[in-house]
Write a protein that binds this ligand. Structure first.
Ligand code: NAD
Length: 455
């Protein structure tokens, strides 16, 4: 396996990189691969590099690590490129959110109907979309056969954009589908007796097949709702799979939203912090409320600090901190192993809608569906049953249009499209409000101004 190189871009994202390294250590068939860790933050990169080497050594794994701050060096010769970078970091997202709130857009202008996820900026983080294209162009130039495994958000916009503009072999990765397992656990079912499918767009997937021992399992969920849902309480802001918002979406759409899709209901669940508390539970009101997001930011800060501390302490017990007993739940390494060693594996990935799996959606738009991966590539499952009409017409089609508007504004550097987007936002009360928020973005964010100044 000596010739296989995996490049991780934005490797300073500690939890994520160590999860992948841990999965590699647990996958003996990938022994000997070279992992190129790339980041522009030297301190973070150094810390992750040290930890990765020590962790692999503690597990007795034969992996080789390289570190670099140069994109070309990392991508050159790579067979797989994982992009997990967040351009501008969380600080940039906070700035844009504040400007939005200063102008009457609660939780910022990137928070829109069907996209309420706080680090999923489709409108203002132009640097992120630019970087997606830069990574893809570098692959095209230096390693044209490489697979691009897109983990950084926005996955839906990013995969579709890169596929259309560059034609590289891109797939979108997200761990949100694990919400299905939470439902199975809560209903006390044996996971091996459950047959399930999810389908939709990234952060917009639905449990379209749910069978227990071959029989419809939705009545078991109905029974849980009747008898047990009143006792539900979130353990942390992200614990929303069986929250009142999720159940309410299920009642309206006829199928359960899975993972981050629960955060992406309509404004009904998001008007303000009190409304969020009602639908996502006390005390946080879900991950995307002020307190819920502050909780997450704090957790990320603590993890980054802990990573640095661990990297400096030679006595740190890494196996205790990152127990090696099971795979992380991220799908990247399973995908790589399936391709390299022809290990047939079922995954949930984002791929172009080439086979018309989701009706009414064009074939160059990325959908998230179950599929099998092997040395020949990806083979999507047939959806049985199909996604219901109501989900397609009332949820997926409006979300798809918002993706197209965001990409059109970005690609054409067209602030008029951007304005039109905001005019249709229910929080907009006047045209002056739209101009005010855009002026402030242009004044205070050099990156944003640089992107749109040409128009
Ligand atoms: P983070 O800011 O903690 O880490 C991102 C890393 O990217 C940092 O180390 C930063 O230095 C680096 N970076 C920034 N600009 C770069 C550049 N030009 N080149 C190389 N590296 C660069 O962010 P995070 O919380 O780890 O999130 C990273 C991304 O992953 C976000 O887009 C987030 O939304 C996404 N995410 C995806 C999933 C998923 O399942 N797909 C889950 C969680 C987070």
């Amino acid at each position: 396996m000596a010739n296989i190189k995996i490049s991780i871009i934005g490797a300073g994202s500690a939890i994520f990189s160590l999860r992948l390294v841990g999965d590699l250590c647990r996958t003996e068939e990938l022994s000997g691969v070279v992992v190129s860790l790339m980041d522009i933050d030297k301190e973070r990169l150094d810390a992750v590099h040290i930890l990765a080497e020590r962790y692999a050594k503690a597990l007795g794994s034969n992996l080789k690590f390289e570190k670099t701050m140069d994109l070309n060096t990392s991508i050159d010769g790579a067979a797989f490129v994982v992009n997990s970078a967040l351009v501008g970091g969380h600080g940039y997202l906070e700035k844009t959110r504040k400007i939005g709130e200063d102008n009457g857009y609660y939780r910022g202008i990137d928070t829109q109907e069907f996209n309420m996820v706080s680090d999923y900026h489709t409108l203002t983080n132009t640097g992120q979309l630019d970087f997606f294209l830069k990574v893809a162009d570098t692959i095209k130039k230096l390693s044209p056969d490489a697979w691009l495994l897109q983990a950084a958000n926005p996955v839906f916009e990013g995969t579709t954009l890169v596929y259309r503009e560059t034609g590289v072999k891109i797939l979108g990765f997200c761990h949100g589908f694990h919400g299905v397992e939470e439902v199975i656990r809560e209903l006390e079912l044996d996971i091996n007796s459950v047959d399930w499918q999810v389908a939709g767009f990234n952060h917009n997937i639905w449990l379209t097949r749910f069978l227990h021992k071959g029989k419809d399992a939705y009545p078991l969920l109905d029974k849980w709702i009747l008898e047990k849902s009143k006792n539900w309480k979130p353990e942390n802001p992200f614990n929303d799979q069986l929250s009142p918002s999720s159940i309410d979406m299920y009642k309206f759409y006829g199928m359960l939203p899975i993972g981050d899709s629960v955060r992406n209901g309509s404004w009904k669940y998001h008007f303000n912090d009190d409304v969020k508390k009602k639908w996502f539970g006390e005390p946080w009101g879900g991950a995307d409320s002020k307190t819920g997001w502050a909780w997450y930011q704090n957790m990320l800060k603590e993890t980054t600090e802990e990573t640095e501390k661990l990297s400096k302490s030679m006595d740190a017990d890494l196996l205790k901190r990152f127990p090696p007993d099971k795979m992380s739940g991220e799908q990247h390494i399973s995908f790589i192993n399936a391709i390299i060693n022809n290990r047939k594996t079922r995954l949930i990935l984002n791929i172009p809608n080439r086979d018309g799996i989701v009706p009414y959606i064009p074939d160059d738009v990325f959908i998230e569906v179950p599929l099998t991966v092997d040395a020949d590539g990806v083979h999507p499952e047939k959806l049985e049953p199909e996604i219901p009409e109501r989900i397609v017409s009332m949820y997926l089609l409006p979300r798809w249009l918002r993706m197209e508007w965001a990409l059109a504004a970005f690609r054409n550097r067209d602030l008029e499209i951007f304005k039109e987007f905001l005019i249709r936002d229910p929080r907009t009360k006047s045209y002056e409000q739209v101009e005010s928020v855009i002026n402030q973005l242009m004044e205070e964010l050099p990156e944003f101004r640089a992107h749109y100044k040409k128009n």
